[in-house]
Design a protein around this ligand. Sequence first.
Ligand SMILES: Nc1ncnc2c1ncn2[C@@H]1O[C@H](COP(=O)(O)OP(=O)(O)OP(=O)(O)O)[C@@H](O)[C@H]1O
Ligand SMILES: [Mg+2]
Length: 380
Amino acid sequence: MWVQTLHLDNFRSYKEAHVEFAPGVNVLVGSNGQGKTNIVESIYYLATLNSHRVASENSLVKSGELSAVIRSKINQDDRALTIDIEINPGKTNRAKLNRSPVPRVRDILGIVRVIMFAPEDLALVKGDPNERRNFMDQTLIQRTPKFMGVKSDYEKVLRQRNALLKSSHRENIDSTLHVWNEQLAQLGAEITHSRIQFIRDLTPFICTRYHLISGGEKAVSASEISLTYQSKYLTEGDLESLTHNDIKEQILGQLDLRKKEEFVRGVTLVGPHRDELFIRLGVLPLKGYASHGESWSAALALRVASADVLKADGIEPILILDDVFAELDVLRRTTILELTQDAPQVFITAAVESDVPIEIGGARFHISSDSIVAHNGDSL
Ligand SMILES: Nc1ncnc2c1ncn2[C@@H]1O[C@H](COP(=O)(O)OP(=O)(O)OP(=O)(O)O)[C@@H](O)[C@H]1O
Ligand SMILES: [Mg+2]
């Protein structure tokens, strides 16, 4: 699967833009602030219905406009299909598949699959636990699109349960709380179970990728990276052997135990929204200890290893590498080069063309604020 055509209306800085991409590598070159990331962000949106940069959709729409449209032609096994998404901040978004409206926008998930690495990913390592929960959940949506439904149902239940904990109307509260607990535990167990399986599958890949990205054989002291899923409501031990039902029972048990505290604080204290993905380098936690270079390599390795997990599932994700080369030395550029070989499509952005290894080849586009021009030569 690869993106053949992209047409943007009022998306970010673009009033109107039209690009025909190639399968394999596409390199977008242009000075800072010209709109390179805006283009790859729109491709990321097609795959995730999310921006990798902002939580609110307001900034995705060109300033002064009310809505943005992303139109795309996707090549899937040599057949073309179209996905059009209209982003209406504050109102319902709409989507069309092959020109027919779909009942829910999220019905288009699963057609385009993307793994993206962007400078913002440093927060994956340095930021608060929410960043790492998002990393797991966004990758799980790429792995199994129906996970998006589970996550949004869970968030809805969480909001309603929190409202109940805060409310002063306490009549019939036990029976209402019982209903919410049941749903929270059911959906929460699904999320936790999927995350634990994902971390299990990610572990062998992250070790190899971190080693390569951090300098491989030549590294002076490449410590081993390790991942641990941390959840206060699960009994310590072998998390991987827990079934969905085991997790659900443990959530229900903890909800019972912490009921009083929850009423005092007015928030739900048990569930995957409070879990953490703990990353260690050697014996030390990555967060708070790792150097800039180590953090950067770990963040990139997490993304690359996620693509490995999808590949092992039989999914061939598009790879987006936003501004990745400026940070890499020659040795590590070679590692990335190898990565780009077997992806169905790769998008690479760079402000300076000489940062992109010449061997990477592929289609080249020059991006400036008023035009996107395809080049077939090696230099711009
Ligand atoms: N909603 C919006 N409306 C109008 N302009 C916007 C909007 N959102 C972003 N921009 C503009 O888009 C430009 C940034 O584009 P983008 O982030 O794609 O740049 P870039 O080419 O990736 O730059 P860099 O090399 O620095 O990463 C900025 O000038 C910004 O002001
Ligand atoms: Mg950029």
